[in-house]
Write a protein that binds this ligand. Structure first.
Ligand SMILES: [Zn+2]
Length: 292
């Protein structure tokens, strides 16, 4: 891809150096407060503790190492190795969102920006506490999409899907979920899922394939602007195939079970990404009608 280095987006929130706390950190903090609370001057100590936190702005969980075991040296090395990726996603998020602003301009659902949150290891969102291992995600509750850039190593090595367009596809897919939220598709699907639990997985697949198609719509415009280079689209299609449910189940040594699909098969993901890319219009992304 031909992208511009050094760009900073105002829609990127860098939380890589913030502790998400949660899990172990929160549990040990509660235990500690419980023990202190039972002692003689316990309550006074707790009040002093919180006042101290309040005035200094220190996250109490960070004192307990809730953010994991990372030494300053490791952090600096990881920062350096991620710098180019950070610049890339800063450029990308604006390119993707500027595209959607144009695509939805003049409709009765104009585009509103989402925020891209960079985190490390674990993060807290309006959708709850999340670990990097569960991959990038979009939270409709706060209109933010979350990624630990370490996922790109996983994509390259674990899934065999290298390349900047593969990386772009991942974020464009998450912004696809944001577009679904703006268009009111996401809340409708959530409602249907709670009404018809037996169809929840099938509905999830249709949502995910539509997000793939929306990623393709962005790709179409990026290509029209001359951003894509030879081989880029193939990188995206390789990534879409690599994270298909059937491929993932097979690689995990399980038998392929379409009932358990939540994102769609490799072939479906490739097909919908391609459809959006070829047409450059969200109108072709109605996976729900296509399924009927
Ligand atoms: Zn998704």
């Amino acid at each position: 891809m031909r992208w511009k280095r050094g760009h900073r987006s105002r829609n990127v929130e860098d939380r890589r150096h913030q502790s998400a706390g949660g899990g172990a950190g929160a549990a040990s903090l509660i235990q500690l407060l419980f023990l202190v609370g039972r002692s003689r001057y316990g309550l006074v100590a707790i009040v002093v503790f919180f006042l101290f936190m309040w005035f200094t702005g220190v996250d109490p969980l960070s004192l307990l190492g809730g953010g994991g075991m990372s030494s300053p040296g490791n952090t600096a090395a990881r920062d350096a190795s991620e710098e180019e990726l950070v610049e890339f996603v800063n450029w990308l998020i604006d390119d993707v969102q500027d595209t959607w602003r144009e695509v939805l301009a003049g409709t009765d659902t104009p585009y509103r920006d989402a925020t891209l949150v960079l985190f490390r290891d674990s993060v807290r969102s309006a959708c709850g506490f999340a670990q990097a291992a569960s991959g990038p995600f979009y939270c409709p509750g706060d209109h933010k999409t979350y990624i630990d850039l370490g996922f790109y190593d996983e994509l390259r090595r674990g899934f065999g899907a290298p390349g900047d367009f593969a990386q772009a596809y991942v974020i464009a897919h998450e912004i696809g979920h944001h577009v679904q939220t703006i268009l009111g598709i996401e809340p409708q699907v959530r409602r249907l899922q709670s009404e018809r639990p037996a169809d929840a997985n099938a509905l999830s697949v249709l949502m995910e394939l539509q997000a793939d198609c929306f990623a393709g719509v962005w790709g179409h415009y990026a290509n029209a602007r001359g951003v894509l280079e030879a081989g880029d689209l193939e990188e995206g299609l390789t990534a879409a195939a690599a994270i298909g449910d059937d491929r993932i189940q097979r690689n995990a040594g399980r038998t392929v079970n379409p009932e358990a699909f939540t994102h769609g098969s490799s072939a479906q993901r490739v097909e919908w990404l391609r459809r959006g890319f070829d047409a450059g219009s969200p109108a072709v992304c109605d996976t729900f009608s296509a399924a009927r």
